[in-house]
Write a protein that binds this ligand. Sequence first.
Ligand SMILES: Cc1cc2nc3c(=O)[nH]c(=O)nc-3n(C[C@H](O)[C@H](O)[C@H](O)COP(=O)(O)OP(=O)(O)OC[C@H]3O[C@@H](n4cnc5c(N)ncnc54)[C@H](O)[C@@H]3O)c2cc1C
Length: 468
Amino acid sequence: MLGALDKLTALLGPARTLTGADVSEDDWHDESLVAHWHAPDIVVLPHSAAEVAEIIAIAREFSMPVTARGSGTGLAGACVPRDGGILVAFREMSGILEIDVENQVAVVQPGVSLRELDDALRRHGLVYPVFPGESSASAGGSVATNAGGMRAVKYGVTRHQVLGLEAVLGTGEIIRTGGKFVKATSGYDLTQLIVGSEGTLAIVTEATLRLYPRQPHAATVLAPFRTVAEIAGAVPRIVQSGAAPMILEYIDMMTMAAITAARGLELGIGTAVKEAALAYLVVVLESRDPVRLDEDIESLGDLITTLGALDVYVLPAGAAAGLIAARERAFFAAKAAGANEIIDTVVPRAQIPEFLAQVSAIAQDTGSMVLGCGHAGDGNVHLSVFQPDPERRERLLRRVFEAGAGLGGAVSGEHGIGTDKRAHFLALENPAKLALMHRIKAAFDPDGILNPGAMLEPSSEATSAVPG
Ligand SMILES: Cc1cc2nc3c(=O)[nH]c(=O)nc-3n(C[C@H](O)[C@H](O)[C@H](O)COP(=O)(O)OP(=O)(O)OC[C@H]3O[C@@H](n4cnc5c(N)ncnc54)[C@H](O)[C@@H]3O)c2cc1C
């Protein structure tokens, strides 16, 4: 009888069925700071949904876990290979199948990067507005993590842009959901169940994505404040003003120093202001009309001044692009500085000051340093945790997540649960909801082979742990 490797090789050929030294080290890991790295047993490179369905059939026959992998930029250890499993990598399914200008949608394969998609859309004057900090992220990975990024405050997150999917279930069945339309009230919304499911319900083989007109003009305002709390207090006022910011971020003083130093960025902030500022607000407005943009920037500047900014700078284009790029690389600056963990708790935006006050007390209590920045407009606070002792760090994380949950928030706003945050998610989530999630997973993936251990416990462990 043929083994799983023989069957996969017969299906895809040796060039697309990789083992041992042929597996790239890139496929061992994502960008998590804590997940366990190791070589996948088998990496396969499918070309179609039909091939993915065949891979699933082989995995079912041999009871092998199957983990989908996009670009491995995830921060939660969600696509790390499972022991004895198959890693399905999508680098050979990375096409843009269609840019439909009339309907303002793109139809893409899962392996295309968001950068490649953005480059292609620019030529049509269109934009796909999901910009997670890492533009090498794949369409499939960003769908599976429900990626957010800086522009979510204006456009929403991935789930607001995914109009339809082609996906392979854990049964090997291929389904199509949604289509090139923004509304449908026709049965359960399977698209939305799959978005954000971290590869545990289905493998995405095609996505239909919503596009928007690309605004040609943008301006960036940088405003230093005395405290993060003042910024957090200003954010709801800016949103209420109707300015419709495309980006609304806060960066604490230490993080600002690290990210600007990493890029050698000079923003022209005077020494006295620098010394007084403990945090910075960054607001980007966009428009199709440059005169209108100037007017909007002026009234935004006035508003920010009345909200307590120490100064307001409208950055020249080069410095503005440099600052946004530096903010996107904040994770790597924190990693280089020795951060032990990165978290992205979300709370209602008006609760950010209370949340940060609690985080600061928890950090002090546990002898840890916690620094950060965040998508302030979305209440999504990104914290770099400096605490080398794993037990203390886990205690700190639990208390931080409890604080977020206590304020009406959630463990992760956009990075996902993966394997890293699973224990905290399970401890804090309602048992009835967890039991329902297991029943949903069982309906999509009856053998529990799709990315077991990400987000939920593997089904074998779950039956005893979760009532239901
Ligand atoms: C510097 C930096 C900044 C970042 N900033 C942000 C940010 O601002 N906002 C944000 O949301 N994220 C951010 N991220 C996290 C990351 O970029 C996103 O989570 C991204 O969407 C992951 O895409 P990926 O292709 O790398 O997915 P991977 O890491 O490869 O996989 C992520 C998950 O998706 C699953 N998956 C992948 N492909 C498929 C598929 N075809 N079908 C089903 N499941 C699949 C995997 O199994 C895994 O569970 C950042 C990461 C870095 C390194």
